[in-house]
Design a protein. Structure first.
Length: 157
C-alpha cells in the first residue's frame, strides 16, 4: 500500500501543490497498518487560512468528490479538504500549528514506536480491530489497556 500511495501522490504532484504548507503524510499508511479503505492523510500548516483554502480549491477542486470543510478542532481553526485521486480517498488537514506539533503527527510517532517495541503481533491486532471498524487510536488504546480518551492517552506514552 505504501508504494501505491507514493505513486498516486507523485503522479498528481500533491506534495508539490502543498509544499508551501509543510505537508506530511500521516496516519496509517506510513506506519504500515492501513486497511483496504484507509485514506491518505496529509497534514499541513497554514499561516493564513483563506490563502490555504484558495490553494486547496485551485489545486484539487477538479478532483472527484472534492469537499472543503471548516471546523474548530481542539480549539483551533481547521480546514479539511477531502477528494479522490485514482480511487484513493485523500484528506488534507490544515491548522495554524507546525505539522510536527499537530496531534495526527504526534499520534503517528507514538504508534510507530509502539509497533517497533511490540512487533508484528501488535500490528496484526491493530489491523484486525481496524477491519472491525475501530479507528486507529481507539484500537491501540483497547489493545494496550489504556483508559479514558484514547487520543489523549496515547500522547501520554
Amino acid at each position: 500500500m505504501q508504494k501505491q500511495a507514493y505513486v498516486v501522490l507523485s503522479k498528481h504532484a500533491v506534495f508539490q501543490c502543498l509544499n508551501h504548507y509543510n505537508p506530511i503524510l500521516a496516519g496509517t499508511i506510513p506506519i504500515n497498518i492501513a486497511i483496504d479503505d484507509s485514506d491518505l492523510d496529509i497534514i499541513c500548516c497554514f499561516k493564513i487560512k483563506d490563502e490555504f483554502e484558495i490553494s486547496l480549491k485551485v489545486n484539487f477542486s477538479n478532483c472527484n468528490n472534492f469537499k472543503l470543510t471548516n471546523a474548530i478542532i481542539n480549539g483551533k481553526e481547521t480546514v479539511i479538504a477531502n477528494f479522490n485521486l485514482d480511487n484513493w480517498p485523500i484528506e488534507v488537514f490544515g491548522q495554524a500549528i507546525p505539522t510536527k506539533q499537530q496531534a495526527a503527527y504526534r499520534h503517528m510517532i507514538v504508534e510507530h514506536r509502539l509497533l517497533q517495541q511490540h512487533g508484528e503481533s501488535l500490528r496484526q491486532q491493530i489491523i484486525m480491530l481496524k477491519q472491525q471498524g475501530y479507528k486507529t487510536e481507539p484500537a491501540f488504546a483497547k489493545i494496550l489497556g489504556l483508559t479514558g480518551n484514547p487520543y489523549e492517552a496515547l500522547l501520554t506514552l
